[in-house]
Design a protein around this ligand. Structure first.
Ligand code: LMR
Length: 394
């Protein structure tokens, strides 16, 4: 069965990690896969995570199965983080722990496909490259909608609204909750309100990918759009990830949260999610979620973690400003928009051939789409990266 298989191609993002390792240059800079690096270029374990891990090693009494929904404290704390500790949305929402945000997206896709087989999922253009294949693998029909104009560095809001009129009841519309990957541009609150109005009129359900909470303007600020949609719409799904804001990438810590029209419906829908999990991976891995639950549930650790998130956010936003200054007046394109955008990613608006030149000639590794991981910039490498962009963009 295996002998007729063709030569496999590497995943566009995961494959970059190996390419970077294989680059022998002392000047190489990794701006590929979305990992936060500190000012020294390291991706360390957060101090709060280390403390929580030590606590768990000492206190955990059993490794017995939990359930398909995972850690119940974690699920409650996740909903409280997304909606706010006193939000009325807590009553009509439910969450399950998943293996990363990717696992949550897949469960969401499988669930939607059970509810309306072959339903459509509308994806922003551009989007995370794994979205189309992941949701198509769940049996959904993938439709693209205009979102961000790479050439101008701006949202295509009117075109987006026009295109989304085609999404109907039982279809999903995926939005990035904050810090859009790869564009870095998010709707304003007024625009989220327009989106809510449109979805209320068409009956399509939002599926929010929330992977960068806290990396834009703050934990509550970044959740504002999601909260607005949840308050104004009867139903939604939120695939969230703690990979970035707890730096627990390899532990696979995510959640799928659903909002329903009332408490009873939310509980029923939660019950129907569980067989989707049971027939796939049975139940999620415990360790990373227990670490996150311990931190979010402990007032002192949580305060320290909020400081850690603020530090990561401020460093990213600071590097955006430094990159803009290092490029100012040196290129035909004005890169000022990079300083106004938020999150880990930015699009340079260059061709795949130019992205290849960045890598081969300057050892600056970015994706072939021209996406830069701003969180990989440091004071030491920003000048080199700016020179590479100037050399390639002219
Ligand atoms: C990225 O976009 O680089 C991250 O979300 C990591 C991944 O899994 O692709």
């Amino acid at each position: 069965m295996f002998s007729n298989l063709s030569t496999p191609t590497a995943d566009p993002l995961l494959g970059m990690m190996q390419q970077f390792r294989d680059d022998p240059s002392a000047d190489k800079v990794d701006l590929g896969i979305g990992i936060y690096k500190d000012g020294q270029g390291n991706a360390p374990v957060l101090a709060t995570v280390k403390q929580a891990e030590a606590f768990l090693v000492e206190s955990q009494k059993s490794k017995a199965y939990v359930s398909s929904a995972g850690n119940e404290d974690y699920n409650r704390l996740t909903r409280e983080l997304i909606f706010g500790a006193n939000s009325g949305l807590l009553a009509r929402s439910q969450a399950i722990q998943t293996p990363g945000g990717t696992g949550a997206l897949r469960v969401a896709g499988d669930f939607a496909n059970r509810l309306k087989p072959g339903c459509k999922v509308f994806l922003p253009n551009p989007t995370w490259p794994n979205h189309p294949s992941l949701l198509a693998a769940a049996g959904l029909e993938v439709v693209s909608y205009p979102y961000y104009d790479v050439a101008s560095g701006k949202l295509q809001f009117d075109r987006m609204i026009e295109a989304l009129r085609a999404a109907g009841p039982g279809d999903l519309v995926l939005f990035h909750g904050c810090c859009h990957n790869p564009g870095g541009a998010d709707p304003s609150l007024a625009q989220w309100a327009e989106i809510a109005e449109l979805l209320a009129s068409t009956g399509a359900m939002p599926l929010i990918d929330l992977a960068y909470l806290g990396f834009g303007d703050g934990l509550d600020e970044d959740a504002a759009g999601v909260r607005l949609l949840a308050e104004r719409l009867p139903e939604m799904l939120i695939a969230s990830s703690y990979s970035k804001n707890f730096a627990v990438y390899r532990e696979r810590v995510g959640a799928l949260t659903l909002v329903a029209k009332d408490e009873t419906t939310a509980r029923h829908a939660h019950g129907h999610l569980l067989p989707v999990v049971r027939t796939n991976y049975s139940m999620p891995p415990d360790h990373g979620a227990s670490v996150v639950a311990h931190i979010l549930g402990n007032a002192a650790l949580r305060k320290t973690w909020e400081g850690e998130v603020a530090e990561m956010r401020e460093r990213i936003n600071g590097m955006r400003t430094k990159l803009v200054s290092a490029l100012a007046g040196r290129t035909t394109r004005d890169f000022g928009f990079l300083g106004e955008q938020r999150g880990m990613f930015a699009m340079l608006g260059i061709t795949p051939a130019d992205a290849e030149r960045m890598k081969v000639d300057h050892h600056v590794h970015i994706t072939s789409s021209g996406r830069v991981n701003v969180a990989g910039l440091t004071d030491k490498n920003v000048g080199h990266v700016a020179n590479a962009i100037v050399a390639v963009c002219g």
